[in-house]
Design a protein around this ligand. Structure first.
Ligand SMILES: Nc1ncnc2c1ncn2[C@@H]1O[C@H](COP(=O)(O)OP(=O)(O)O)[C@@H](O)[C@H]1O
Ligand SMILES: [Mg+2]
Length: 317
């Protein structure tokens, strides 16, 4: 298709080829206000790819998309999707990434409602690996939420991938506002310091990640606001309701949700260690319970045998 006939970028037909790349569109998989994502195939290799095109018109949003592409090129990690290429279509930047088979954590949650601590551990450790890698390069993600965590199905099981680095920024950069004067982020998962537009460091990602843990274990969002402002107000002033069904894990998560960054886990690694300690404890208790299922009948059997033996001895006398 020539550049002369304008394309509807949000509605590309199957079989359309990205100029300059041998990438054929198969199907649209996601569309938000900012971007559209297509499943595509590289005709020379047959490999599946994801084509993400910016739909933004605002210069800042376009700039963010370009930065995401630049960042992805630099990030190489097993829990972050690989980058294949980038370009511009009708003044809209696009990027090509490796195709991941699976579903986002938000889709998993709408299907299952909650995850058990064991199920959540697989997701959590992959996200922690990716985040610790980003933080070690002085980069904060700033948009940790279930729809930006992808659960890839692999031959060996499932693997979490951290997606969408469109909001990522170097640690301690200044407040960034939208043209309408709002701070950037997803209100349901924003740290108190993000809500007030302060300088952020990795503790802000610790808070957002704790919001995700809270939602996965309890099946409800930490705070539900009638508006974005309302949700942000709650992050600043409302205390989280503990997860009654999982008191030990709840305690860990609530520490990650402290309003003051100084009172929170200072690093993702600290949150991770506290979580893993609880996992180890719960596995130990589960194994004790499993053993008691065996031990009690065996003990009863032994007691019965001993009693019969003693009664036998007594009767002989
Ligand atoms: N590499 C990929 N492989 C498979 N699906 C993807 C890929 N990238 C994005 N998607 C799908 O598109 C959705 C939106 O992607 P994301 O990068 O978060 O875009 P947005 O900036 O519009 O939020 C994801 O939740 C996922 O379902
Ligand atoms: Mg996203």
């Amino acid at each position: 298709m020539s550049e002369a006939s304008p394309l509807k970028l949000e509605d590309l037909p199957a079989g359309w080829t990205v100029p300059g790349h041998e990438i054929l569109v198969i199907d649209r998989v996601s569309r938000t206000r900012q971007a559209v994502v297509y499943k595509a195939r590289q005709s020379s290799t047959g490999r599946l790819m994801a084509l993400k095109i910016s739909l933004a018109v605002d210069v800042d949003d376009v700039g963010r998309f370009k930065r995401e592409a630049e960042l992805l090129q630099q990030l190489e990690h097993p829990n972050i999707g690989s980058f294949y290429g980038a370009g511009v279509l009708q003044s809209h930047p696009y990027m090509i990434m490796e195709w991941l088979e699976g579903e986002s954590l938000s889709e998993v949650l709408s299907r299952k409602g909650t995850l058990t601590p064991e199920e959540l551990s697989v997701v959590f450790s992959g996200v922690c690996d990716a985040l610790q890698y980003a933080h070690s390069r002085d980069l904060i993600h700033r948009d940790i939420k279930p729809s930006n965590i992808f659960i890839e199905r692999t031959g060996e099981g499932s693997k979490a991938r951290l997606m969408d680095f469109g909001m990522a920024k170097p640690i301690n950069t200044n407040l960034e506002l939208t043209p309408a004067g709002f701070v950037l982020g997803s209100p349901a998962y924003m740290s108190p310091e993000q809500c007030t537009g302060q300088k952020l460091d990795c503790r802000s990602d610790v808070y957002s990640l704790s919001c995700v843990l809270y939602e996965c274990l309890s099946g409800r969002k930490l705070f539900i606001g009638e508006s974005n402002m309302d949700a942000m107000y709650k992050h600043l002033h409302e205390q989280p309701i503990p997860i009654a069904e999982r008191p030990a894990f709840s305690k860990v998560i609530l520490r990650g949700l402290e309003k003051s960054p100084d009172s929170r886990y200072q690093k993702v690694a600290d949150l991770r260690r506290a979580w893993e300690r609880e996992i180890t404890k719960s596995r130990f208790l589960a194994s004790l319970r499993a053993q008691s299922v065996l031990i009690i009948p065996v003990a009863v059997f032994v007691v019965v045998v001993v009693v019969f033996y003693l009664v036998g001895l007594y009767q002989k006398q």
